[in-house]
Design a protein around this ligand. Sequence first.
Ligand code: CTP
Ligand code: CA
Length: 229
Amino acid sequence: LARGTTSPDLAGRHVVVSAGGTREYLDPVRFLGNRSSGLQGYALARAAAARGAEVTLVAANVALPDPAGVKVVRVETTAQLRDEVVSAAASADAVVMAAAPADFRPTGVSEAKIKKAADGSAPTIELTQNPDILHQIGTDRVRPGQVIVGFAAETGDATGSVLELARTKLARKGCDLLVVNDVSGGAVFGSPDNEAVILAADGAVVDVPRGSKAALAHVIWDEVLGRLG
Ligand code: CTP
Ligand code: CA
């Protein structure tokens, strides 16, 4: 799906995109993190800017250059990501949560570097659940008419298939669209390609065949645009 000519169909709209993976610090030099590259979020930001939107990109630990014409806000932790997304979302027509926020953080951050014990023992790390940003913006709904999009990488399990789990997640998060990646077969992390099914709260299901992350980004904006007032 190549877009030879890009029409400015998102002109006058403000959109917020989150990208990358958060880090949760244990001490000044160590963190818990994840493998999100930020590529899909950056593709979304670039596609929206090309279509004329004002774009705020909240980027967590991404090793990618700032896209032209996009306001980039850099964060590290899930708490920082929440603060920046919630603040930008207050004036946004659409919010796309492509970031992978860490679900848990160490309960306490050690101010000093954690040292090895002489007896060979290892520390136990206690974890606390992080705030769920998508759930917060999807259920608070501070801006009526705003279109909220989540992502979900799922493998089926004993409780349901990929799409069953995704349908439940869409309802639980209160979002309008959920972009679902079936990751049973292997990793999409860092890959230039993606394939997905987009589930909508209004019941629509859009199959997006394997293609570039830019192509998927444009399909997502098409679906967002169709739901904007
Ligand atoms: N998300 C979020 N805040 C979190 C965790 C996830 O906003 N603390 C968003 C992600 O950016 C993504 C969507 O929620 O758009 C789904 O993420 P996922 O990890 O699949 O959902 P979880 O609710 O964390 O469920 P799971 O237990 O399956 O990880
Ligand atoms: Ca999660």
